[in-house]
Design a protein around this ligand. Structure first.
Ligand code: AKB
Length: 313
């Protein structure tokens, strides 16, 4: 099936892989990648690419009209750790970019939106284990507040204006193709790079900090499955809980030591510890399983094998 797709924030950790998977699925010319800066050569050269500021409504509208875009994946965002340093910039980027695409859909200029939320919508008073879909949410970070507000707006635009917006609450994402930037869960990517480069890693989170995580292939599959799902089956228009694996730094370290026995980890928690402490340890994603058949395929061992094999190359 042919359709015209725009990815905003295509050069980031998720956007880079999502663009290539969607190009393989729908054809290179059907998937327009855009970002505020150029990304990898492969991404920029393999199909249409536009320099685009996600906060500029007129610029997005121009691209949408020019390419006759039907679906938008809005992947541009400032993540948790950076957002604590630049609260107003984070709020402006995370909220204005969302309003831009919601309003384009309200005006029927685009048909369907994917917008990523995060486990950061939960806060210190949320039940930590098997965090339910519907529960107490009092996020204590700038990023979490923006994502929770975004969820409310998505649901509102769906109910009030019939906007077809779909979303998941991503856990920490682990990938080898593109580095994450400015998140609290970034340690779970850095640790593999450092294990191979130096045989040692200074972890910025403390032992015992168990967080929900996911290998990127699972995250991309979840995103596309949700976008392909029958609209009548979707019961959540804020954002779906999405789970895969949960581990603490010493557990990922152990899984690396199974391959690199001499690998050493030390723990030097910094300001990101408070952010991590406010987030869940594991996620109940039964709604996503029931509504659109979500099932993860990567456990920690499989993730570690993939990461080490690919990074070694
Ligand atoms: C972050 O750490 O900020 C992100 C997230 C969990 O949304 N990876």
């Amino acid at each position: 099936m042919q359709k015209s797709i725009l990815i905003i924030g295509a050069c980031g950790q998720i956007g880079t892989e999502l663009t290539m998977v969607l190009r393989a699925k729908y054809g290179n010319d059907s998937v327009v990648a855009s970002d505020i800066r150029e990304g990898s050569e492969n991404l920029v050269r393999s199909g249409p690419f536009e320099l685009l500021d996600a906060t500029n409504y007129a610029a997005i509208e121009d691209v949408v009209m020019h390419y006759e875009i039907e679906e938008v994946y809005l992947m541009a965002a400032m993540l948790s750790a950076t957002a604590e340093k630049f609260p107003m910039r984070a709020w402006n980027l995370n909220m204005n970019s969302l309003f831009n695409v919601l309003n384009l859909a309200k005006e029927k200029k685009i048909g369907k939106i994917f917008w990523p939320s995060s486990i950061a919508v939960f806060g210190p008073n949320t039940p930590k284990e098997q965090t339910p879909q519907h529960t107490l949410m009092e996020p204590s970070t700038v990023y979490g507040i923006s994502k929770q507000s975004g969820e409310r707006w998505c649901e509102y635009y769906h109910k009030k204006f019939g906007v077809d917006v779909r979303s998941v609450r991503y856990p920490g994402l682990i990938s080898w193709k593109t580095l994450p930037g400015g998140g609290t869960t970034d340690y779970a990517v850095e640790i593999y790079h450092k294990a191979l480069e130096n045989g040692a890693y200074d972890c910025f989170l403390a032992e015992g900090t168990k967080l929900p995580m996911m290998y990127m292939d699972d995250a991309i599959r979840a995103t596309i499955s949700l976008m392909d799902a029958d609209t009548n089956k979707l019961t959540i228009r804020s954002s779906y809980n999405l789970g895969a694996i949960s581990f603490a730094p010493e557990e990922i370290a152990q899984s690396i030591q199974n391959h690199i026995p001499a690998f050493k980890v030390s723990y030097k928690p910094d300001f990101r510890q408070d952010i991590a402490d406010s987030w869940p340890s594991s996620i109940d994603d039964s709604k996503a399983q029931k509504d659109w058949g979500w099932q993860p395929e990567f456990n920690l061992e499989k993730t570690t094998r993939e990461m080490l094999e690919n990074l070694k190359k």
